[in-house]
Ligand binder design. Sequence first.
Ligand SMILES: O=C(O)CCC(=O)C(=O)O
Ligand SMILES: [Fe+2]
Length: 174
Amino acid sequence: MEIGHKISQGLGIEGDVCREWPIQFRINKYSFTEESVGSLGVQLHTDSGFLTIVQEDECVGGLEVMDKSGQFISIDPIPGSLLVNLGDVAKAWSNGRFCSVKHHVQCKEAATRISIAVFLLGPKEDEVEAPPELVDSDHPRIYLPFTYEGYRKRRLSTGLRAGEALELYTIQNA
Ligand SMILES: O=C(O)CCC(=O)C(=O)O
Ligand SMILES: [Fe+2]
């Protein structure tokens, strides 16, 4: 995926790191009713993979991302735009330089909301680990290597869906 390649180039990593990583495609349909206004359509989470591209519903908002202070920021629909966010694999692979953004979907009005997401997950068999260029004495390695599939299962089995599962792989906790 060209965008994944550009992002790694931005950190000075040459080569096609994301090449042949599996991609998942999903259409989310939210049938929001008067009763669901104020409740969550999707609980707070981070995306588990490297990068997500979302085509938001052009009319019905609801996506909110959490900033560093814990405040939610509404992502209002902008017709013709795509939203890109980074997930836990990007945080681990970048040795903590990238941040996986916490987000949820809140029902704000009684309407059907549709979003279309493409997830660039992570290496199919190889382990996720920061390349040597991103590790030095000022930036010691933060995470133990893990496979994407192992990580995905760990998130499911622990129920830690908002990025906390990465902490299970930090080197001092090993
Ligand atoms: O529906 C949305 O706007 C976002 C959905 C989402 O966060 C996801 O599918 O991971
Ligand atoms: Fe998400």
